[in-house]
Design a protein around this ligand. Sequence first.
Ligand code: NAD
Ligand code: DAU
Length: 337
Amino acid sequence: MKIFVTGGAGFIGSNFIHFILREHAEDTVVNFDKLTYAGNLANLKDIESDSRYRFIQGDIADIEVVRKAIPDDCEAIVNFAADTHVDRSILDPEAFLRTDIFGTRVLLEVTREKKIPRYVQISTDEVYGDVEVGQFSKETDCLHPSSPYAASKAAGDLMVMAYVRTYNVPALITRCTNNLGPNQYPEKFIPLAVTNLIEGMPVPVYGDGLQVRDWLHVEDHCRGIDLALRKGRVGEIYNFGANQSPEWPNVKILDAILQQLGKGQDMKTFVKDREGHDRRYAVDTTKSTTELGWKPTWSLSEALRQTVQWYVDHPEWWKPLKSGEFLAYYKQQYAHR
Ligand code: NAD
Ligand code: DAU
């Protein structure tokens, strides 16, 4: 399959490109990425000279650039490109609207024009909003996004469904829970915690730290996307999540990291809560299991142990990121906490 991946220099997109090149010898990938602060070509260094891989820098919201970049023989678009950090969307939502809504619409429009046979929109469990203990969001549930990020992703999803219905664009959507694994930008909770602790800095815990995320190893997510790409039905939505039981609230995640790094409870700092903070996400994965044959393979303790160790082993990857742009953001973020 000839795949046009957008946002492939980020965390999940770069893991997905590695997954495709490893699992499908006949596939080729064009990676189209704007290289925002979250895009990092170091994530793809080991494959940059692979003849099956090509990188193009560009913005998904620029239709002329997208038109030129997508090869005529493209067989599928997989859209990871997004502004993704909830806290940044609270500080300034504008970029989120441009990329996550308008950019999605541009990709759908070009899919229509070029009659590309497949389009996969990588969405998130955050579009459902938070759910009570014991409840699981289904693909058919109403959307209740809480943050500007989640609202922009929800609007992107609605645009996908509109293009399927109105223009018969062969698109489908995946919605996954929080990912963990190598190459995640250190603004997100787990890499922020690990790298702060390695640097001897405390870890900010929002509110009471009892919020629940259903952490899934990025490799399990990539396998799910790959199955949806090849076997998913047009116009359908597929949830992916670990269905962790018992659930791990944020403080339990942090305790496991503290223990692995040999650090004490004094490194945990409770700070003012995130505005509109969703309490718990959980998704029903029956459909992706029965229709796609997908199931997670990593246990959370093993995924977390591997992830923490990866950051310990790769300071050359994250140290350059925790400077300049990151420090300016971090200062602004925690000034009001
Ligand atoms: P990320 O922030 O690590 O990477 C996003 C990538 O998109 C970066 O490489 C960035 O340069 C690129 N990008 C941003 N704006 C662009 C634009 N206008 N044009 C082209 N490229 C642009 O994000 P991630 O965590 O890898 O998330 C990837 C996708 O998966 C997103 O759509 C996100 O909503 C979704 N998702 C993420 C998670 C998670 O836990 N991280 C869970 C579920 C779904
Ligand atoms: O659920 C999927 C979503 O997961 C994706 O769609 C988003 O792109 C991704 O960023 C992630 O969103 P979260 O807001 O859940 O992830 P984050 O890593 O920012 O936070 C995880 C939890 O940890 C959340 O409850 C907030 C909390 N937190 C986060 C940070 C950065 C803290 O307590 N302290 C922190 O410093």
